[in-house]
Write a protein that binds this ligand. Structure first.
Ligand code: PLP
Length: 458
Protein backbone atom coordinates (compact mmCIF):
# COMPACT_ATOMS: atom_id res chain seq x y z
CA UNK A 1 0.00 0.00 0.00
CA UNK A 2 1.53 3.28 -1.07
CA UNK A 3 1.06 6.56 0.69
CA UNK A 4 -1.12 9.08 -1.01
CA UNK A 5 -0.18 12.47 -2.40
CA UNK A 6 -1.73 15.84 -1.65
CA UNK A 7 -2.61 16.29 -5.34
CA UNK A 8 -4.41 12.93 -5.41
CA UNK A 9 -6.39 13.78 -2.28
CA UNK A 10 -7.29 17.28 -3.52
CA UNK A 11 -8.50 15.85 -6.82
CA UNK A 12 -10.68 13.30 -5.02
CA UNK A 13 -12.23 16.08 -3.00
CA UNK A 14 -12.89 18.33 -5.99
CA UNK A 15 -14.32 15.43 -8.02
CA UNK A 16 -16.60 14.33 -5.19
CA UNK A 17 -17.80 17.89 -4.70
CA UNK A 18 -18.53 18.18 -8.44
CA UNK A 19 -20.52 14.94 -8.38
CA UNK A 20 -22.54 16.16 -5.38
CA UNK A 21 -23.14 19.60 -6.92
CA UNK A 22 -24.40 17.99 -10.13
CA UNK A 23 -27.51 16.84 -8.24
CA UNK A 24 -28.89 20.33 -8.72
CA UNK A 25 -29.98 22.13 -11.85
CA UNK A 26 -27.00 23.48 -13.79
CA UNK A 27 -26.52 27.26 -13.82
CA UNK A 28 -23.89 29.71 -15.03
CA UNK A 29 -22.03 31.82 -12.49
CA UNK A 30 -22.87 35.50 -12.83
CA UNK A 31 -20.64 37.54 -15.12
CA UNK A 32 -19.67 39.85 -12.25
CA UNK A 33 -17.67 36.98 -10.75
CA UNK A 34 -15.62 36.26 -13.86
CA UNK A 35 -11.83 36.55 -13.57
CA UNK A 36 -9.60 35.98 -16.60
CA UNK A 37 -7.06 33.20 -16.54
CA UNK A 38 -4.29 35.75 -17.01
CA UNK A 39 -5.43 37.81 -14.00
CA UNK A 40 -5.82 34.73 -11.82
CA UNK A 41 -2.40 33.42 -12.75
CA UNK A 42 -0.78 36.79 -12.23
CA UNK A 43 -2.37 37.19 -8.80
CA UNK A 44 -1.47 33.68 -7.71
CA UNK A 45 2.09 34.05 -8.98
CA UNK A 46 2.40 37.31 -7.09
CA UNK A 47 1.07 35.53 -4.00
CA UNK A 48 3.64 32.76 -4.32
CA UNK A 49 6.37 35.31 -4.77
CA UNK A 50 5.30 37.17 -1.63
CA UNK A 51 5.02 33.91 0.32
CA UNK A 52 8.72 33.30 -0.30
CA UNK A 53 9.33 35.76 2.51
CA UNK A 54 8.39 33.01 5.02
CA UNK A 55 10.82 30.84 6.89
CA UNK A 56 10.75 27.15 5.88
CA UNK A 57 8.42 26.03 8.66
CA UNK A 58 7.99 22.61 7.02
CA UNK A 59 11.68 21.74 7.12
CA UNK A 60 13.53 20.08 10.01
CA UNK A 61 16.21 22.79 9.67
CA UNK A 62 13.54 25.14 10.95
CA UNK A 63 13.82 24.61 14.71
CA UNK A 64 12.53 27.99 15.83
CA UNK A 65 9.00 28.92 16.86
CA UNK A 66 5.92 26.79 17.48
CA UNK A 67 4.90 26.47 13.86
CA UNK A 68 4.69 23.80 11.19
CA UNK A 69 2.39 23.06 8.25
CA UNK A 70 -0.73 20.93 8.66
CA UNK A 71 -0.80 17.28 7.64
CA UNK A 72 -1.67 16.78 3.93
CA UNK A 73 -4.82 14.87 4.98
CA UNK A 74 -5.92 17.92 6.97
CA UNK A 75 -5.25 20.21 4.00
CA UNK A 76 -7.21 17.99 1.59
CA UNK A 77 -10.09 17.59 4.05
CA UNK A 78 -10.19 21.33 4.79
CA UNK A 79 -10.31 22.18 1.11
CA UNK A 80 -12.89 19.51 0.31
CA UNK A 81 -15.21 20.83 3.01
CA UNK A 82 -14.42 24.44 2.15
CA UNK A 83 -15.92 23.91 -1.31
CA UNK A 84 -19.23 23.66 0.58
CA UNK A 85 -18.15 26.26 3.19
CA UNK A 86 -20.28 25.03 6.09
CA UNK A 87 -20.64 27.19 9.19
CA UNK A 88 -20.45 25.25 12.44
CA UNK A 89 -22.32 27.77 14.55
CA UNK A 90 -25.54 25.81 13.90
CA UNK A 91 -26.78 22.55 12.47
CA UNK A 92 -28.51 24.52 9.69
CA UNK A 93 -25.19 26.04 8.70
CA UNK A 94 -23.23 22.84 8.64
CA UNK A 95 -25.02 19.67 9.67
CA UNK A 96 -22.32 17.24 8.52
CA UNK A 97 -19.33 19.16 9.87
CA UNK A 98 -21.14 19.95 13.15
CA UNK A 99 -21.47 16.19 13.73
CA UNK A 100 -17.79 15.73 12.81
CA UNK A 101 -16.95 18.40 15.38
CA UNK A 102 -18.86 16.56 18.08
CA UNK A 103 -17.07 13.30 17.14
CA UNK A 104 -13.61 14.88 17.12
CA UNK A 105 -14.25 16.70 20.41
CA UNK A 106 -15.41 13.43 21.95
CA UNK A 107 -12.17 11.76 20.84
CA UNK A 108 -10.19 14.55 22.53
CA UNK A 109 -12.26 14.28 25.73
CA UNK A 110 -11.65 10.52 25.75
CA UNK A 111 -7.91 11.07 25.28
CA UNK A 112 -7.89 13.12 28.50
CA UNK A 113 -10.02 10.53 30.30
CA UNK A 114 -12.83 12.98 31.08
CA UNK A 115 -15.78 11.00 32.47
CA UNK A 116 -18.30 13.48 31.02
CA UNK A 117 -17.81 16.55 28.89
CA UNK A 118 -19.28 19.45 27.01
CA UNK A 119 -17.02 21.01 24.44
CA UNK A 120 -16.50 22.40 21.01
CA UNK A 121 -13.86 23.72 18.66
CA UNK A 122 -12.90 27.38 18.57
CA UNK A 123 -10.88 29.60 16.29
CA UNK A 124 -7.89 29.05 18.59
CA UNK A 125 -6.53 28.71 22.10
CA UNK A 126 -7.20 32.30 23.08
CA UNK A 127 -10.93 32.03 22.34
CA UNK A 128 -11.05 28.65 24.06
CA UNK A 129 -9.34 30.07 27.16
CA UNK A 130 -11.64 33.09 27.34
CA UNK A 131 -14.62 30.71 27.49
CA UNK A 132 -13.09 28.89 30.45
CA UNK A 133 -12.30 32.17 32.22
CA UNK A 134 -15.80 33.48 31.48
CA UNK A 135 -17.44 30.35 32.91
CA UNK A 136 -15.09 30.61 35.91
CA UNK A 137 -16.18 34.20 36.47
CA UNK A 138 -19.86 33.31 36.20
CA UNK A 139 -19.51 30.53 38.78
CA UNK A 140 -17.17 32.48 41.09
CA UNK A 141 -18.20 36.11 40.61
CA UNK A 142 -15.78 38.70 42.05
CA UNK A 143 -13.04 36.13 42.58
CA UNK A 144 -9.64 36.29 40.91
CA UNK A 145 -7.90 34.06 38.37
CA UNK A 146 -4.44 32.82 39.36
CA UNK A 147 -1.91 31.90 36.70
CA UNK A 148 1.85 31.63 36.69
CA UNK A 149 4.17 34.32 35.39
CA UNK A 150 4.96 31.93 32.52
CA UNK A 151 1.28 31.52 31.51
CA UNK A 152 0.37 32.69 28.03
CA UNK A 153 0.17 36.48 27.89
CA UNK A 154 -3.44 36.34 26.68
CA UNK A 155 -4.70 35.22 30.11
CA UNK A 156 -3.91 38.64 31.53
CA UNK A 157 -5.43 40.31 28.47
CA UNK A 158 -8.60 38.19 28.66
CA UNK A 159 -8.96 38.84 32.38
CA UNK A 160 -8.87 42.51 31.41
CA UNK A 161 -11.55 41.99 28.75
CA UNK A 162 -13.72 40.08 31.22
CA UNK A 163 -12.85 42.49 34.04
CA UNK A 164 -11.75 39.67 36.32
CA UNK A 165 -9.03 40.41 38.88
CA UNK A 166 -5.92 38.28 38.35
CA UNK A 167 -2.99 37.07 40.44
CA UNK A 168 0.34 36.21 38.91
CA UNK A 169 2.13 33.35 40.68
CA UNK A 170 5.92 33.11 40.49
CA UNK A 171 7.57 30.15 38.75
CA UNK A 172 10.33 27.90 40.06
CA UNK A 173 13.72 27.33 38.42
CA UNK A 174 12.12 25.03 35.85
CA UNK A 175 9.46 27.52 34.80
CA UNK A 176 6.65 25.70 36.64
CA UNK A 177 4.11 27.34 38.94
CA UNK A 178 5.47 27.75 42.47
CA UNK A 179 3.15 25.79 44.77
CA UNK A 180 4.15 27.66 47.93
CA UNK A 181 3.14 30.98 46.43
CA UNK A 182 -0.03 29.45 44.98
CA UNK A 183 -1.04 28.14 48.38
CA UNK A 184 -0.36 31.55 49.96
CA UNK A 185 -2.66 33.12 47.37
CA UNK A 186 -5.36 30.50 47.96
CA UNK A 187 -5.08 30.88 51.70
CA UNK A 188 -5.53 34.63 51.51
CA UNK A 189 -8.85 33.96 49.77
CA UNK A 190 -10.43 35.40 46.69
CA UNK A 191 -9.07 32.97 44.07
CA UNK A 192 -11.91 31.49 42.01
CA UNK A 193 -9.96 29.80 39.20
CA UNK A 194 -6.42 28.48 38.90
CA UNK A 195 -4.97 28.26 35.40
CA UNK A 196 -2.41 25.44 35.16
CA UNK A 197 -0.30 25.62 32.01
CA UNK A 198 0.51 22.24 30.50
CA UNK A 199 3.47 23.30 28.40
CA UNK A 200 4.36 26.97 28.69
CA UNK A 201 4.91 28.81 25.45
CA UNK A 202 8.49 29.79 26.32
CA UNK A 203 10.00 26.67 27.94
CA UNK A 204 7.32 24.03 27.43
CA UNK A 205 7.20 23.70 31.22
CA UNK A 206 4.35 21.67 32.70
CA UNK A 207 2.76 23.00 35.89
CA UNK A 208 2.45 20.35 38.67
CA UNK A 209 -1.26 19.78 38.06
CA UNK A 210 -1.31 16.64 40.22
CA UNK A 211 -0.41 18.82 43.20
CA UNK A 212 -2.50 21.83 42.15
CA UNK A 213 -5.76 19.81 42.07
CA UNK A 214 -5.72 18.86 45.79
CA UNK A 215 -4.84 22.45 46.74
CA UNK A 216 -7.71 23.75 44.62
CA UNK A 217 -10.11 21.28 46.24
CA UNK A 218 -9.01 22.32 49.70
CA UNK A 219 -9.67 25.99 48.95
CA UNK A 220 -12.71 25.57 46.70
CA UNK A 221 -11.16 26.95 43.50
CA UNK A 222 -11.80 25.76 39.95
CA UNK A 223 -8.90 24.42 37.89
CA UNK A 224 -8.54 25.24 34.23
CA UNK A 225 -5.76 23.48 32.31
CA UNK A 226 -4.31 25.53 29.50
CA UNK A 227 -2.96 22.60 27.49
CA UNK A 228 -3.07 24.58 24.22
CA UNK A 229 0.47 23.53 23.43
CA UNK A 230 1.12 20.44 25.53
CA UNK A 231 -2.27 18.69 25.59
CA UNK A 232 -1.46 16.04 23.00
CA UNK A 233 1.51 14.87 25.11
CA UNK A 234 -1.26 13.12 27.05
CA UNK A 235 -0.64 10.35 24.53
CA UNK A 236 2.91 9.96 25.91
CA UNK A 237 1.63 9.54 29.47
CA UNK A 238 0.47 5.98 28.72
CA UNK A 239 3.55 4.94 26.75
CA UNK A 240 6.02 2.36 28.04
CA UNK A 241 8.68 3.44 28.83
CA UNK A 242 7.00 6.74 29.65
CA UNK A 243 9.02 9.58 28.06
CA UNK A 244 7.55 12.43 30.13
CA UNK A 245 6.68 13.13 33.75
CA UNK A 246 3.18 11.69 33.46
CA UNK A 247 1.55 12.54 36.82
CA UNK A 248 0.35 16.06 35.82
CA UNK A 249 -1.20 14.64 32.65
CA UNK A 250 -3.08 11.93 34.53
CA UNK A 251 -4.70 14.72 36.56
CA UNK A 252 -6.18 16.42 33.51
CA UNK A 253 -9.36 14.36 33.86
CA UNK A 254 -9.98 16.07 37.21
CA UNK A 255 -9.84 19.61 35.83
CA UNK A 256 -13.00 21.68 35.43
CA UNK A 257 -11.94 22.70 31.94
CA UNK A 258 -9.19 21.98 29.44
CA UNK A 259 -8.01 23.87 26.37
CA UNK A 260 -6.00 22.18 23.65
CA UNK A 261 -4.99 23.55 20.24
CA UNK A 262 -5.25 21.05 17.39
CA UNK A 263 -3.58 23.79 15.31
CA UNK A 264 -0.41 23.38 17.34
CA UNK A 265 0.39 19.68 17.92
CA UNK A 266 -2.71 18.25 16.25
CA UNK A 267 -1.48 18.66 12.64
CA UNK A 268 -4.23 21.20 11.79
CA UNK A 269 -4.24 24.48 9.89
CA UNK A 270 -4.73 27.62 12.00
CA UNK A 271 -8.23 28.24 13.19
CA UNK A 272 -8.58 25.15 15.38
CA UNK A 273 -8.66 25.31 19.17
CA UNK A 274 -10.79 23.25 21.53
CA UNK A 275 -12.45 23.86 24.90
CA UNK A 276 -13.75 21.06 27.10
CA UNK A 277 -15.75 21.37 30.31
CA UNK A 278 -16.01 18.37 32.59
CA UNK A 279 -19.48 19.37 33.83
CA UNK A 280 -21.87 19.52 30.84
CA UNK A 281 -24.34 21.64 32.81
CA UNK A 282 -22.17 24.74 32.20
CA UNK A 283 -23.91 24.73 28.80
CA UNK A 284 -26.86 26.47 30.43
CA UNK A 285 -24.67 29.53 31.07
CA UNK A 286 -24.47 30.20 27.34
CA UNK A 287 -28.22 30.30 26.93
CA UNK A 288 -29.52 32.86 24.49
CA UNK A 289 -32.42 33.16 22.12
CA UNK A 290 -32.04 34.32 18.61
CA UNK A 291 -34.91 34.75 16.20
CA UNK A 292 -32.93 33.99 13.07
CA UNK A 293 -30.85 30.89 13.74
CA UNK A 294 -31.36 27.34 15.02
CA UNK A 295 -34.66 26.14 13.67
CA UNK A 296 -34.19 22.74 12.16
CA UNK A 297 -33.70 20.55 15.17
CA UNK A 298 -34.12 20.13 18.89
CA UNK A 299 -30.52 18.93 19.26
CA UNK A 300 -28.01 21.14 21.00
CA UNK A 301 -26.43 23.50 18.47
CA UNK A 302 -22.76 24.30 18.70
CA UNK A 303 -23.67 27.99 18.55
CA UNK A 304 -25.62 27.53 21.77
CA UNK A 305 -22.53 26.42 23.67
CA UNK A 306 -19.87 28.74 22.30
CA UNK A 307 -19.06 32.43 22.53
CA UNK A 308 -18.16 32.71 18.86
CA UNK A 309 -20.82 32.56 16.18
CA UNK A 310 -19.50 31.72 12.70
CA UNK A 311 -16.71 29.16 12.57
CA UNK A 312 -15.27 27.19 9.67
CA UNK A 313 -16.93 23.79 9.40
CA UNK A 314 -13.89 22.97 7.29
CA UNK A 315 -11.77 23.07 10.48
CA UNK A 316 -13.89 20.32 12.01
CA UNK A 317 -13.73 18.34 8.76
CA UNK A 318 -9.95 18.61 8.69
CA UNK A 319 -9.58 17.50 12.30
CA UNK A 320 -12.12 14.69 11.96
CA UNK A 321 -10.48 13.36 8.80
CA UNK A 322 -6.99 13.58 10.30
CA UNK A 323 -8.14 11.59 13.32
CA UNK A 324 -9.55 8.87 11.04
CA UNK A 325 -6.02 8.37 9.66
CA UNK A 326 -3.96 9.30 12.70
CA UNK A 327 -6.05 8.50 15.78
CA UNK A 328 -5.44 9.83 19.29
CA UNK A 329 -3.68 6.69 20.46
CA UNK A 330 -0.46 6.07 22.35
CA UNK A 331 0.66 3.20 20.12
CA UNK A 332 -0.22 4.59 16.70
CA UNK A 333 -1.43 7.75 15.02
CA UNK A 334 -0.62 10.91 16.95
CA UNK A 335 1.06 9.16 19.92
CA UNK A 336 4.26 8.15 18.10
CA UNK A 337 4.38 11.60 16.42
CA UNK A 338 4.51 13.53 19.69
CA UNK A 339 6.78 10.85 21.19
CA UNK A 340 9.26 11.49 18.35
CA UNK A 341 9.34 15.21 19.11
CA UNK A 342 9.88 14.42 22.78
CA UNK A 343 12.71 12.01 21.88
CA UNK A 344 14.35 14.79 19.87
CA UNK A 345 14.23 17.11 22.88
CA UNK A 346 15.70 14.45 25.18
CA UNK A 347 18.54 13.81 22.76
CA UNK A 348 19.18 17.53 22.46
CA UNK A 349 19.23 17.83 26.22
CA UNK A 350 21.76 14.98 26.55
CA UNK A 351 23.99 16.60 23.90
CA UNK A 352 23.82 19.99 25.61
CA UNK A 353 24.71 18.47 29.00
CA UNK A 354 27.98 17.13 27.59
CA UNK A 355 28.84 20.02 25.31
CA UNK A 356 31.81 22.29 25.95
CA UNK A 357 30.22 25.02 23.78
CA UNK A 358 26.52 25.09 24.68
CA UNK A 359 24.79 24.97 28.08
CA UNK A 360 21.21 23.88 28.70
CA UNK A 361 19.03 26.57 30.35
CA UNK A 362 16.40 24.20 31.79
CA UNK A 363 15.83 20.54 31.07
CA UNK A 364 12.81 20.17 28.78
CA UNK A 365 9.45 18.91 30.07
CA UNK A 366 8.16 18.46 26.50
CA UNK A 367 9.81 19.22 23.13
CA UNK A 368 10.98 22.82 23.60
CA UNK A 369 14.69 23.23 24.34
CA UNK A 370 16.44 26.35 25.62
CA UNK A 371 20.19 26.77 25.64
CA UNK A 372 22.92 29.36 25.74
CA UNK A 373 26.43 29.74 24.42
CA UNK A 374 29.30 29.50 26.91
CA UNK A 375 31.06 32.82 26.56
CA UNK A 376 34.20 34.38 28.03
CA UNK A 377 33.47 36.36 30.15
CA UNK A 378 30.31 34.43 31.05
CA UNK A 379 27.90 37.33 31.51
CA UNK A 380 24.38 38.33 30.54
CA UNK A 381 25.62 40.94 28.10
CA UNK A 382 28.12 38.58 26.42
CA UNK A 383 25.68 35.69 26.21
CA UNK A 384 23.02 37.99 24.74
CA UNK A 385 25.37 39.44 22.14
CA UNK A 386 26.67 36.02 21.12
CA UNK A 387 23.16 34.55 20.91
CA UNK A 388 21.87 37.37 18.70
CA UNK A 389 24.91 37.17 16.45
CA UNK A 390 24.78 33.39 16.01
CA UNK A 391 21.00 33.38 15.59
CA UNK A 392 21.42 35.65 12.57
CA UNK A 393 24.53 33.98 11.21
CA UNK A 394 22.85 30.54 11.23
CA UNK A 395 19.89 31.86 9.26
CA UNK A 396 21.99 33.80 6.77
CA UNK A 397 24.33 30.96 5.82
CA UNK A 398 24.44 30.37 2.07
CA UNK A 399 24.74 26.65 2.55
CA UNK A 400 22.53 24.80 4.99
CA UNK A 401 20.82 27.72 6.75
CA UNK A 402 19.39 26.82 10.16
CA UNK A 403 16.55 28.59 11.89
CA UNK A 404 16.30 28.81 15.66
CA UNK A 405 14.52 31.29 17.92
CA UNK A 406 15.62 33.43 20.82
CA UNK A 407 14.12 33.92 24.26
CA UNK A 408 14.65 36.69 26.78
CA UNK A 409 15.03 35.32 30.29
CA UNK A 410 15.75 36.66 33.74
CA UNK A 411 19.54 36.80 34.14
CA UNK A 412 19.11 35.72 37.77
CA UNK A 413 17.61 32.44 36.59
CA UNK A 414 20.81 31.60 34.70
CA UNK A 415 22.88 32.58 37.71
CA UNK A 416 20.82 30.23 39.91
CA UNK A 417 21.88 27.31 37.72
CA UNK A 418 25.39 28.50 36.84
CA UNK A 419 26.98 30.40 39.76
CA UNK A 420 29.89 31.52 37.56
CA UNK A 421 27.42 33.53 35.45
CA UNK A 422 27.63 37.28 35.87
CA UNK A 423 24.19 38.92 35.77
CA UNK A 424 25.54 42.27 34.57
CA UNK A 425 22.09 43.23 33.20
CA UNK A 426 18.58 42.19 34.30
CA UNK A 427 17.82 39.91 31.36
CA UNK A 428 19.70 37.75 28.89
CA UNK A 429 18.85 36.60 25.38
CA UNK A 430 19.31 32.86 24.90
CA UNK A 431 18.37 30.27 22.26
CA UNK A 432 15.04 28.49 22.06
CA UNK A 433 14.13 25.68 19.65
CA UNK A 434 10.73 24.08 19.35
CA UNK A 435 11.51 20.57 18.07
CA UNK A 436 7.89 19.92 17.10
CA UNK A 437 8.37 17.90 13.91
CA UNK A 438 8.84 14.14 14.20
CA UNK A 439 11.69 14.45 11.68
CA UNK A 440 13.63 16.33 14.36
CA UNK A 441 14.26 12.98 16.01
CA UNK A 442 16.51 12.06 13.08
CA UNK A 443 18.15 15.45 12.51
CA UNK A 444 18.67 16.68 16.05
CA UNK A 445 22.30 15.48 16.26
CA UNK A 446 23.30 17.25 13.04
CA UNK A 447 21.42 20.41 14.02
CA UNK A 448 23.11 20.47 17.39
CA UNK A 449 26.62 20.04 15.97
CA UNK A 450 26.03 22.69 13.30
CA UNK A 451 25.01 25.15 16.01
CA UNK A 452 28.01 24.18 18.16
CA UNK A 453 30.34 24.68 15.20
CA UNK A 454 28.87 28.15 14.59
CA UNK A 455 29.40 29.15 18.21
CA UNK A 456 32.95 27.79 18.45
CA UNK A 457 34.49 27.31 15.00
CA UNK A 458 37.26 24.75 15.31
C1 PLP B 1 -0.56 29.16 21.83
C2 PLP B 1 -1.01 29.22 23.22
C3 PLP B 1 -2.14 29.98 23.58
C4 PLP B 1 -2.87 30.86 22.60
O1 PLP B 1 -3.51 30.09 21.66
P1 PLP B 1 -3.84 30.65 20.19
O2 PLP B 1 -4.30 29.42 19.50
O3 PLP B 1 -2.55 31.20 19.65
O4 PLP B 1 -4.89 31.68 20.32
C5 PLP B 1 -2.56 29.94 24.90
N1 PLP B 1 -1.89 29.21 25.81
C6 PLP B 1 -0.80 28.48 25.50
C7 PLP B 1 -0.12 27.68 26.57
C8 PLP B 1 -0.32 28.46 24.19
O5 PLP B 1 0.79 27.75 23.90
Amino acid sequence: MGTTSLMDMLRRGIDAHGAWASNWEDFSPDGTLAVSEADAHAALDALSERLRENYPFFHPDYAGQMIKPPHPVAIAAYMTAMLVNPNNHALDGGPATARMELDAVEDIARMFGLPTHLGHLTSGGTMANIEALWVGRTLHPDKAVAYSSAAHYTHQRMCGVLQIPSREIRTDGNGRMDLGELEDALRSGGIGTIVATMGTTSLGAVDPLDRIIPLAKRYGARVHADAAYGGFFMLCAAQDPVPIHAAPFHSLKECDSIVVDPHKHGLQPYGCGCILFRDPSVGTLYKHESPYTYFTSKELHLGEISLECSRAGASAAALWCTLQCLPLRSDKGLGPIVAATRAAALEWSALAKHSSVVLPFTSPDLDIVTYLPRTEPFSASMVSAATEKIFRALMERKEHPIYVATLTVDAGAIYNTYPSFHADQPTAVIFRSVLMKPEHRHTVGTLFHEIEAMIAPS
